[in-house]
Design a protein around this ligand. Structure first.
Ligand SMILES: Nc1ncnc2c1ncn2[C@@H]1O[C@H](COP(=O)(O)OP(=O)(O)OP(=O)(O)O)[C@@H](O)[C@H]1O
Length: 351
């Protein structure tokens, strides 16, 4: 005969797929009934009709069969408003300090911040952000992206994310894509979004995104900044002085010249610069020769001006290097280049 203690013990390791915490810790397991090796129980979900029901069911069944259950009968229920409020408090406790400061920003949080910036638009800043994030995640790092390009957000569409974050009261659970937790204003661009995630809080939006998102454990948070040296860059500099910057340019003279302003700004705000990434550096012809469509040397010139290094020269990707999204396949030429870039970033960041 199995016992309630054994069942609870087995379920300690089963996590809510969005909150990444144990169902037991989140108080989501109720009404356990045991008849020999037959178990009945209730799983109380944060919202009715949770799309992850099937995954939770499979994980619970698996855990209980491991301890010898012959049948597992699961009934799904939904939390009451009071229970959801209690859960929000619990999640908030982990995401903000007593002073309301996002816990991620505490010096002892262990989270490293990388701001990806550029002088001009369209040079591949978002492409670099998502591919560097995906490469770090493939290396086993816990990674998040904050799409800080508040008016020109593009990360959800570039990663082909169709889902929206689940909201528990006012806390957003980031959407996970390619093992990366993603938050973007793009998720809240329609009129159904909670007011606090829209206009009135714009001046505090970075803090809002950091504090009202349940990021869970993170090693790296990448920020996709808007191009140029505007308010957002200044806000980020003030709020996240420990962020390190990666500056993206094309080889083109003008792009590299404009990018240098973003670099000078980083120096001014005392953000460390990890290095320069020259994107769209060349197109590799089928015979292996390189066609330098945008000229040459922009990355190097920028790196010299900022007294830093060129971390990578990313060629034009071919359509077959991705299965549709702008995250390039792991074993494609560009995918491999981003893996080696991620290794360099880890190395430089540790110095
Ligand atoms: N190395 C590359 N190979 C092929 N296409 C690329 C590459 N880098 C970027 N692109 C494409 O160029 C376009 C612009 O890239 P991206 O959106 O990353 O630039 P951005 O600097 O973030 O732009 P914005 O400032 O508008 O946000 C996208 O369609 C992207 O898929």
């Amino acid at each position: 005969m199995l016992t309630v203690e054994q069942v609870m013990h087995a379920l300690r390791d089963v996590q809510d797929p969005e909150l990444h915490k144990s169902l037991v810790e989140l108080n989501m397991i109720r009404n356990i009934r045991i008849d020999g090796r037959h178990i009945q129980l209730e799983v109380v979900l944060t919202i009715q009709g949770c799309p992850l029901k099937a995954k939770i069911k499979a994980d619970v069944e698996h855990a209980l069969r491991e301890i010898g259950a012959l049948s597992v009968d699961i009934v799904f229920g939904a939390m009451t408003p009071e229970e959801r409020a209690a859960l929000t408090q619990y999640l908030k406790k982990n995401s903000t300090t007593e002073t309301g400061m996002p816990a991620l920003l505490r010096p002892d949080s262990g989270v490293r911040f990388i701001a990806v910036t550029s002088g001009k638009g369209g040079v591949g800043k978002s492409t670099v952000t998502i591919n560097l994030a995906a490469a770090l995640a493939r290396m086993g790092k816990k990674v998040g992206i904050l799409d800080a390009d508040i008016y020109g957000f593009s990360i959800p569409s570039m990663m082909q994310i169709a889902d929206k974050p689940t909201m528990i009261e006012k806390t957003a659970i980031p959407v996970v894509s390619h093992n990366v937790k993603v938050m973007s204003m793009g998720f809240f661009a329609d009129d159904n979004s909670p007011v606090m995630w829209r206009g009135p809080m714009l001046n505090k939006w970075i803090q809002n995104f950091l504090a009202n998102t349940h990021w869970g454990e993170l090693d790296y948070l990448l920020l996709d900044l808007p191009p140029g040296t505007g308010d957002v860059a200044i806000d980020v500099a003030a709020m996240i002085p420990q962020a390190k910057e990666v500056i993206v340019t094309t080889p083109h003279n003008v792009a590299s010249h404009v990018a240098s302003r973003a670099g000078v700004m980083a120096k001014h705000t005392k953000h460390d610069i990890l290095g320069v990434i020259e994107n769209m550096a060349y197109y590799e012809e089928s015979d292996g020769s390189r066609n330098y469509l945008f000229g040459r040397g922009g990355g190097e010139r920028l790196a010299e001006r900022l007294q830093t290094d060129v971390l990578a020269r990313v060629p034009f990707a071919r359509p077959e290097e991705t299965t549709g999204s702008s995250v390039y396949d792991e074993d494609s030429v560009v995918g491999e280049l981003f893996r080696s870039l991620a290794e360099d970033v880890l190395y430089k960041d540790a110095q």
